[in-house]
Design a protein around this ligand. Structure first.
Ligand SMILES: Nc1ncnc2c1ncn2[C@@H]1O[C@H](COP(=O)(O)OP(=O)(O)O)[C@@H](O)[C@H]1O
Ligand SMILES: [Mg+2]
Length: 320
């Protein structure tokens, strides 16, 4: 666990608001990230994650609210303290016509890396993401996964303390995804502070100490994974396979049992959140028995973040 409650707050957002026309994309967001923490910003598409990052990196001005970096207010885009930040943008920002080395050389220059140090910074970033052998190849010839890895390398050239990673694994093959996970885990091990957006809960479960759940521009939870699971009122998530596809009234029947949370039914599969593993399981199985519904199999798991999100917002993370 990297979270150290006595570590200094490196990044703080206070009541950030950003509107686009009549739509409020970020609606009063406040959070703190401590040095060395790895924090997941989890929310469905359109929740306001990228807009929040754009305000942190100075690409967008908040309509109101405040951002503090290392305790000092971030005011202008050219503020020198911004050099402590590195952004891995959601949309790839690479020059397809240039080779990998020249791409990184360009980014190192705009990030203000001293000219004499650029070749070494580029070499070491390419090595870190495992692309040394492709340094002289045009980025246009790279796979989606390799481009994502180079996109990560581009954020590391000036050796930032805080890395903002905006959906860094979107659209990559499993092998590159694992390579990116390994890179991020290594950055975390080196003590970098990470803020990581995704709508894949398994990434957060794998990489983050703490999770901030954002939905429709608002933070709905900010806690450790263990406490979030607990808070969802969830002793367990039950999965029952029925002998026959469920009848339309079953969700209501099960939902009426005291201590039962969300019920999701898909054909023969029933997922139920219960406040207590033993009591909830017994009550659900008994009710099915009473209703004459045959059970083929039954299992119980601690709730995952998807279940937690559903419990908190009443909507599914993926299609919210
Ligand atoms: N430049 C923009 N102009 C208008 N609307 C925008 C712009 N950027 C984002 N939005 C809107 O703001 C909301 C939040 O978007 P975004 O921050 O990209 O969400 P996320 O990164 O969580 O998917 C969405 O409704 C999106 O359509
Ligand atoms: Mg986004």
């Amino acid at each position: 666990m990297n979270s150290d409650p006595s570590a200094p707050v490196l990044l703080a957002a206070r009541n950030l608001v950003r509107r686009f026309g009549g739509r409020t994309a970020v609606d009063g967001v406040s959070f703190e990230v401590r040095a060395g923490e790895s924090v997941g910003l989890l929310g469905p598409n359109g929740a306001g994650k990228t807009t929040t990052f754009s305000m942190i990196t100075g690409l967008l001005r908040p309509d109101s609210g405040e951002l503090l970096l290392g305790g000092a207010a971030l005011v202008s885009d050219t503020d020198p303290i911004k050099r402590r930040l590195g952004l891995v943008p959601q949309d790839l920002a690479l020059y397809e016509e240039l080779d990998a080395r020249r791409n990184l050389g360009f980014f190192a220059a705009i990030q203000g890396v001293e000219r004499s140090r650029i070749p070494e910074a580029v070499r070491s970033a390419l090595e870190f993401v495992g692309l040394s052998d492709r340094a002289d190849d045009r980025v246009g010839t790279f796979s989606g996964g390799m481009k994502r890895r180079l996109n990560l390398a581009a954020a590391l050239l000036h050796d930032p303390d805080i890395l903002l990673l905006d959906e860094p694994t979107v659209g990559v093959d499993p092998q590159s995804r694992n390579a990116i996970f390994d890179n991020i885990a290594e950055l975390r091990r080196r003590g970098k502070t990470l803020l990581y957006t995704t709508h894949y809960m398994e990434e957060v479960e794998r990489l983050c100490d703490r999770v901030i759940i954002i939905d429709r521009g608002r933070i709905v939870a900010d806690d450790s994974l263990a406490r979030l699971r607990h808070r969802a009122g969830a002793g367990a998530e039950l999965r029952v396979e029925l002998e026959e596809p469920a009848h339309g009234t079953l969700a209501g029947t099960l939902g009426a049992i005291p201590g039962i949370g969300t019920v999701r039914i898909d054909g023969r599969t029933v997922n139920v959140m219960v406040g207590s593993l033993v009591g909830g399981s017994a009550a659900v199985l008994l009710r099915l028995e009473e209703a004459g519904i045959g059970v083929r199999s039954f299992s119980a798991e601690p709730p995952d973040l998807e279940a937690v999100f559903l419990q908190l917002t009443g909507r599914s993370l993926r299609d919210a």
